[in-house]
Design a protein around this ligand. Sequence first.
Ligand code: 13P
Length: 254
Amino acid sequence: MRKKIVAANWKMNMTVGESMAFMDTFLHELGADNSVEVVIVPPFTALAKVSEILSVGQQAKLGAQNMHWEKPGAFTGEISAPMLRELYVRYVVLGHSERRTLFGESDEIVNKKTRAAIDAALRPIVCIGETLSERDADKVEEVLDRQIKGSLAGVSARELVDVVIAYEPVWAIGTGRTATPQQAQDAHAFIRAKLAELWDSASAEKVRIQYGGSVKAQNAAELMGQADIDGALVGGASLDPRGFAEIVKAAARG
Ligand code: 13P
C-alpha cells in the first residue's frame, strides 16, 4: 500500500511572515491525522523558518523547489544539497516544467540533480509531463518515456522506490484546466508500466506518482481516488492554508 503524498509547491510566493501565518492556520486545520504524507515546499528564503515551525509537531515534512548538483563551489545564486540537509529538508522538487521551459533545464540536468539528491539522502520529486501541442500530436507516451529515461538514468531499483514522480501536464498548470481523472490515470498507469519495464514491477508498485495541475479542494478526491494516483503536487491552491488542508483531507479519503 503506497502512502499518499501531498505537497504544497509555493513557487515564488510567500515571504517569511506570510509563511509563518500560513503554517499557523494550516497546522491547526490539519490536526493530528498522519495517514497522508504532507510536504511543504516554500521558497528558499522561508525554508529555515518553516523548518523551525515543523520541528515542533512534525505533522509535515519540508521540501525545496530546486537545488544544484554540485556541493560547495563558485555557483552564484545556487543552493546545494548539504545546505538543504542542514535545514532538515527531506524532499526536493526537480525538473518542474517551469524550470524546464523558463530556465532551460534538460533531462540531463534533471538527471544530475536527481543523482546528487539521492547521494545526499534527499528524496527527489521528479516532474514530468507533456505540453498541449505534444498531447494534441498524440505524443504523451513518447514524451513521458523520454523524460523518465533521461531524468532517472542510472538510478538503481533500490533508489527508485524512494523517488516520487510528479506527472504534471504543462497545459494543466496554473490554467484552471485540470486533466480529467481518466486522462491522469491513463498517464499514471503508463508511467508505472514504464518503470516496471525499465526496472522491475515490484519496485514500480512502490513508487508514488503524484498528479499536478490545477488541483484544488473540489477535484482532489476524485483525482486521488484513481488507482495509480498517489497524491498531488499543488501550486496555486496550496497558498491558502484552509484550502490546502482540504486537499490533504481529500487525499486521506481517496
Ligand atoms: P497549479 O496547481 O497552480 O496548477 O500548479 C501546479 C504545479 O505546477 C505544482 O508544481
